[in-house]
Structures are given as structure tokens and as C-alpha cells.
Design a protein around this ligand. Structure first.
Ligand code: ADP
Ligand code: MG
Length: 359
């Protein structure tokens, strides 16, 4: 099965979050959906790592796997590893996970209303988080709730702390949700399309806010989006996901200047303003396939403008695509480039066989 063992660097082991060969599948009556199919990536302290891909790529399931929130009929498969601050999370009990979710890892979802309770004031909800995670009560908690609302840029926080979610605009609600997430003083903040429901001006403000908070608090952020434009704004490093797999990974500038995977190139072409002279945005034709069988081929091949025969027979593994650095990989049979096409394909075939033997 899929694995990125092949290019694993020797420096692993000191990151805040280390995801290794994560496989999360949904066992439905009809089929097994390999929503996350053997992905590996790290997040360092204070760093923003982007996960980008079209809808259905497995981004949210990746986030929920890290948060211990995968629902039945889904589960994380044996052999997967998620380490946070050196501690393995995949074998934690629900009780241990609940504690971790409150204190070390927090999550912000696309729709702020999923995180806010309509019957309590915004202030009471932040205070409840402060009580649970920092043991604050009474006026101490109220003061801190106001501080947090101010920290996320809500004007007149002393008054707004007493208001209900429906009295807040969409952008203000998302700020309030971020304040709630910060109430547990997390080291890692997972944001799953937090700005997708907002208009572009508000979106820019929220991105700016996250960057400020990150600097002030040395937060690590895992930022999920389908939008390459947003990735360019916020990420230090980027993982491009497609049908359950990471197909390219690189520092953000390198990814935009030198995209190697045909899928990444397709995503970049669909950013508004990236196609001078063209009226219509070019998008990649077709949809992300449901990953309902083991990857014994390239899942992007049916949509790939550069696909050749072998792409349907050999599963590509991540390989280094930059001579100078070892932090840019692409899982595509076109690479490595400095050997013949036949040799490149052979490299992938051998690596794929090896990782299959491990299981
Ligand atoms: P993204 O967030 O990138 O849009 P998701 O992580 O939500 O994608 O979904 C990845 C794949 O997992 C999709 O094929 C989706 O249909 C499947 N999936 C997600 N949740 C469930 C579920 N509860 N049951 C069955 N399949 C699911
Ligand atoms: Mg999603």
C-alpha cells in the first residue's frame, strides 16, 4: 500500500506533529473508501503547513484523524502513526484524546456555527473553554474572554462578550471561534477551510489575524484549503493532496515557482489572474475519484495531460525533484528527471513493491 518511506529524511523526530503512513478508511456496506491512503508529513513548532487539494481529496479526514474524531464506519488502520510532541496519538483512549483536544490541539471548522451554541452568549462559551482548559472562573474568566475577543480583533469586546452568536456577522463569528480555540492555549491549531464561507475582504482579515496570532503565540498551524491563492498567503510549506495521497510537497515559494506534479500545475492554472490573456479560468476536467481500491496505479492519470501507459500500472511514490534541496518531492512517474523514463518508472515500481512487502 501507499507509503512515503522511500524519501523519508533522517531529520524526523523533533517536529511538533509527525504523521507517518497515515491510513484512514471508511468500511461501508458497499466498499472500503481509502480516504487517507498512506500520507506522511511533519509540522514544526511555529510553522504553517498547508494542505491543498480539490474537494474529496481527504483533507478533512486527515484533520479529523489527527483530532481523534474519525466517525464510524471509518477508522485509522494499523501501521499508521501520528506523533504529537513525541507522543503516539493513534493508541490513545477517547478520554485521553478529549484532554488533548482541549489543551494542545484545537480546530477551527469552515462553518463557525458548528462550533458555537446558539443558546449561550459568545462570552459564556469562551469562559467555559477557559474554565475547562485553564481553570479560570468568575471575573478572571470574564476578563480573559474579553482579552481573547480583543486579541482576535473584535471591537467593543466588553459589550460583545455578552451577545449571542446570531448577533455576530459571519466574519465576527469566525473570529469568536478562533478566540474559543485560543482559550485552550493550543500548540497546534488545525484550520479546515476557515475562510471558505467568507467574502474575500473578510477572508484576508482572518488570514492576517491567524498570522499575527501565530507570531505572538508561536502557534503551529495546519491550514486546509482547496484554494491555491489562500495557500500562497498563509503557508510556509505545502502538501498537495489528491484522492487520499500527498502528490507533491515543497516550501511555498518553491511550489509556486517550480511546481512539478501535473496536478499541482493544474491547480495553479485555476487561480484567478494566473492566466494572462485568457478569459476563462482553466480548470482540470473531471472530478477527484473516490479512492475505493488500493492504489496500484496513479489516481490522477485519468485526468493527467501528461499520462502515459505505465501511469495506469505503476503506483508512483514521492521522489526528490530538486537537486539542491531534499524538501521538494513529487509522486509522479515523470520523476526523477535526470534518468531515462524507463529508469524512472522502474524506481517507482521497485519502491512500490518494497512498501507492499512491508505489510
Ligand atoms: P476533502 O476535505 O478534501 O474535501 P474529505 O476528507 O471530506 O475530503 O473526504 C475524503 C473522502 O472520504 C471522500 O471520498 C469522501 O466521500 C470520503 N468520506 C469522508 N467521510 C466519510 C464518511 N463518513 N463515510 C464514508 N466516506 C467518507
Ligand atoms: Mg473538507
Amino acid at each position: 500500500m501507499a507509503s512515503t518511506e522511500y524519501t523519508e529524511s533522517a531529520t524526523r523526530g523533533d517536529a511538533l506533529l509527525e504523521v507517518e503512513d497515515l491510513q484512514t478508511a471508511f468500511f461501508t456496506d458497499k466498499e472500503v473508501i481509502r480516504a487517507v491512503d498512506g500520507i506522511s508529513f511533519d509540522i514544526e513548532r511555529g510553522e504553517t503547513v498547508g494542505i491543498v487539494g480539490e474537494s474529496g481529496s481527504g483533507k478533512s479526514v486527515t484533520a479529523r484523524s489527527i483530532m481523534g474524531l474519525v466517525e464510524s464506519p471509518g477508522r485509522i488502520l494499523d501501521g499508521s502513526s501520528i506523533r504529537f510532541d513525541g507522543e503516539e496519538l493513534t493508541d490513545k483512549s477517547e478520554k485521553e484524546y478529549r484532554k488533548l483536544r482541549g489543551s494542545d490541539i484545537a480546530m477551527v471548522f469552515q462553518d463557525p456555527l458548528t462550533s458555537l451554541n446558539p443558546v449561550y452568549t459568545v462570552g459564556n462559551q469562551i469562559k467555559e473553554a477557559l474554565r475547562l482548559h485553564q481553570g479560570l472562573r468568575g471575573s478572571e474568566a470574564t476578563d480573559e474572554a474579553i482579552n481573547l475577543l480583543e486579541a482576535v480583533g473584535i471591537p467593543d469586546a466588553g459589550r460583545r462578550v455578552k451577545e449571542y452568536p446570531h448577533q455576530f456577522s459571519g466574519g465576527m463569528r469566525q473570529r469568536a471561534v478562533i478566540a474559543m480555540a485560543l482559550a485552550c492555549d493550543p500548540e497546534l491549531l488545525i484550520c479546515d477551510e476557515p475562510t471558505t464561507a467568507l467574502d474575500v475582504t473578510i477572508q484576508a482579515q482572518i488570514l492576517e489575524l491567524l498570522q499575527e496570532l501565530q507570531e505572538d503565540r508561536d502557534l503551529a498551524i495546519m491550514f486546509i484549503t482547496h484554494d491555491m491563492g489562500v495557500i500562497a498567503e498563509i503557508a510556509d510549506r505545502v502538501n498537495v493532496m489528491y484522492a487520499g495521497e500527498i502528490v507533491e510537497t515543497a516550501p511555498v515559494v518553491e511550489l509556486f515557482e517550480n511546481p512539478r506534479h501535473p496536478y499541482t500545475r493544474g491547480l495553479l492554472k485555476s487561480i484567478p489572474g494566473n492566466n494572462p490573456g485568457k478569459e476563462r479560468l482553466s480548470t482540470i476536467e473531471g472530478d477527484v475519484p473516490t479512492p475505493n481500491e488500493p492504489a496500484t496505479y496513479c489516481r490522477f492519470a485519468p485526468r493527467c495531460p501528461e499520462a502515459f501507459d505505465e501511469c495506469e500500472k505503476v503506483h508512483p511514490v514521492p521522489v526528490d525533484v530538486n537537486d539542491q534541496t531534499d524538501d521538494h518531492t513529487a509522486a509522479c512517474l515523470l520523476y526523477p528527471e535526470d534518468v531515462s523514463k524507463e529508469q524512472a518508472v522502474e524506481t517507482h515500481r521497485e519502491a512500490a513493491n518494497e512498501s507492499e512487502e512491508r505489510i
